[in-house]
Design a protein around this ligand. Structure first.
Ligand code: FBP
Length: 251
């Protein structure tokens, strides 16, 4: 098994996700501050995240600063904009080799299970997973049920399915969305077996609501969270990150 030591601490993790510039576009998610990748990198460093998720373009253009920050880089290898309609597919942007050259400590890959293009993404994942593991690089799979067949992407059935797909296809960590029911999440964590489960943050909530949800998530057996908007849209991202840190490692 590939070692997760570089991107986890005592089997737990918090990651800062910043792929929304491509996935959602700047208009819906960014303000004057968080539009700047260096602002995000500073949060990741001072907030003690176990990894920062960037796409290739940012990883290349801000390479020097990322390296200097010592925050482990998780390179997201595929992505899509929100401008397309129809069955979703996430296109490859970066290879495993390029990710390694950029100093990545893990790679990430999105699969929309249930999409008409599911098979293409699973096939691509197969190559990526093999190459990453040959290079001792952990693989994080973003598994999101999506497409016209999916009525509720966070139903018990779909959430547990997403977690299990992570285990079945050889991901080391599976990132899924949480529907808010801790019993469902406990079952999902069980379904993922030795594949670690981390939970996405979703749209910005109040700090109290977010931290309460984070506590439920950790108490349900998940290994951590991989959040974006709830951290870098916060008025005080460092304070929030510190609270999240204490909660995950039960300080
Ligand atoms: P957030 O915490 O901001 O929700 O980010 C988590 C994430 O998985 C991102 O990595 C990704 O860009 C986004 O959610 C996908 O969101 P959507 O469900 O809108 O495709």
């Amino acid at each position: 098994m590939v070692s997760l030591n570089k991107i986890m601490k005592n089997g737990k993790a918090m990651y800062l996700a910043y792929d929304q510039g491509l996935e959602h576009g700047p208009e819906s998610d960014f303000n004057d501050k968080n539009i700047d990748p260096l602002y995000i990198l500073d949060i990741a460093k001072r907030g003690k995240y176990n990894g920062i998720v960037f796409h290739k373009g940012i990883a290349e253009k801000y390479h020097k600063e990322i390296r200097k920050s010592k925050v482990p880089l998780i390179l997201k290898l595929n992505g899509k904009t929100k401008l397309v309609s129809g069955e979703p597919i996430s296109a490859n942007i970066c290879t495993v080799k390029e990710a390694i050259k950029l100093g990545a400590k893990a790679v990430g890959y999105t699969i929309f299970i249930g999409s008409g293009h599911e098979a293409e993404m699973i096939e691509d994942f197969e190559k990526i997973q093999r190459e990453a593991h040959q290079n001792n690089l952990p693989v994080i799979a973003w598994i999101y049920p999506r497409g016209k067949k999916i009525k509720n992407d966070v139903s018990r059935e779909n959430m547990v399915y997403a977690a299990r797909v992570g285990l079945e296809i050889g991901a080391d960590i599976v990132k899924i969305k949480y529907g808010g029911n801790s019993n469902d999440l406990k079952w999902a964590v069980k379904a993922a077996g030795r594949c670690k489960v981390v939970i996405a943050g979703g749209v910005k909530k109040s700090e109290t609501e977010f931290l309460k949800q984070a506590k439920d998530i950790i108490n349900s057996g998940a290994s951590g969270l991989a959040i974006g908007r709830n951290a870098w849209q916060s008025k005080d991202p460092i304070k929030l990150s510190k609270k999240l840190n204490q909660l995950i490692w039960k300080k």
